[in-house]
Design a protein around this ligand. Structure first.
Ligand SMILES: [Mn+2]
Length: 261
């Protein structure tokens, strides 16, 4: 039986050609045993969807994704906090399924809750306001008017705002993402899969004799981690150990390991 693969938070930008190639190599090397690819947001450091426009530095990975779905692999994309208006790019160009907030689906009899994992802390009011202001149809229409060139210029401004990089406080007994996952399990989910913290993680809870799991898929900035699922092997967190493709291009790796982006 083929496997599901879950990845997130590559935050690829114009300078990250080697990391982009490493992700392409990873996807290609697993293509034959992949039935579904789930991307839990922030694949690129900034995305705003324009009709028929793909930011040129992002094209190699986009071509790989098109080729995966073209060969019958299912693609699911949950938007992250760096993804805006992904609509037709995911559903038409990539032929995938888009979930702007979260997805629930059935996987081999288990109820799975999927989401990027931003906004899991109900006390983070500043982030909630930012999200409501930026991620809405009126703002999307205004940005559409600007066109790709001007929008990518303001990207630098946006991605340097602190609220784009809300960090999870580490001093809490139970981190907000774990607390959130436990609540979803209490609501009936068997498995909760998030990203956004950039830290691969795994927790097991038991509710009324029902064993529930929380996985954080980690990132492709520092950990090069992923989650896979097969009916025989269940859920397994993994890391891509392949070396970065060699090139004369300077390598740009973001090194912030302290929290979410
Ligand atoms: Mn994020």
């Amino acid at each position: 039986m083929k496997s599901w693969f879950f990845i997130a938070d590559a935050h690829l930008s114009e300078d990250d050609l080697l990391r982009q190639q490493k992700l392409i190599d990873f996807l290609e090397s697993n293509r034959d045993r992949m039935s579904c690819l789930v991307i839990l947001g922030d694949l690129f450091d900034f995305w705003f969807g324009f009709p028929d426009y793909i930011h040129p530095p992002y094209r190699p990975l986009c071509e790989t994704l098109v080729s995966l779905t073209g060969s019958g692999i299912r693609l699911i994309y949950c938007e992250g906090n760096h993804d805006f208006s992904m609509g037709p790019f995911v559903t038409e160009t990539l032929q995938g399924e888009l979930y702007p907030r979260f997805a629930t689906l059935e996987l081999n009899g288990q109820r799975v809750w999927l989401g990027h994992g931003d906004g899991v802390d109900p006390r983070d009011l500043r982030y909630r306001i930012y999200r409501a202001l930026l991620k809405n149809p009126i703002m999307y229409r205004l940005i559409q008017q600007l066109g790709p060139r001007r929008t990518w210029k303001i990207k630098e401004y946006l991605s340097n705002r602190s609220w784009m990089h809300r960090r999870q406080p580490m001093d809490q007994k139970i981190p907000p993402d774990v607390h959130f996952a436990r609540e979803r399990c209490r609501d009936g989910s068997d498995v909760v899969i998030l990203a956004h913290t950039h830290r691969p993680a795994q927790e097991t809870f038991v509710y009324n004799g029902r064993t529930c799991y929380y996985f954080n898929v980690g990132d492709w900035v520092e950990h090069f981690s992923y989650l896979s699922y097969s009916p025989e092997g269940g859920f397994v967190l993994g890391r891509c150990d392949a070396a970065m493709p060699s090139s004369n291009l300077p390598e740009t790796v973001l090194t912030d390991s302290s929290g979410a982006r």
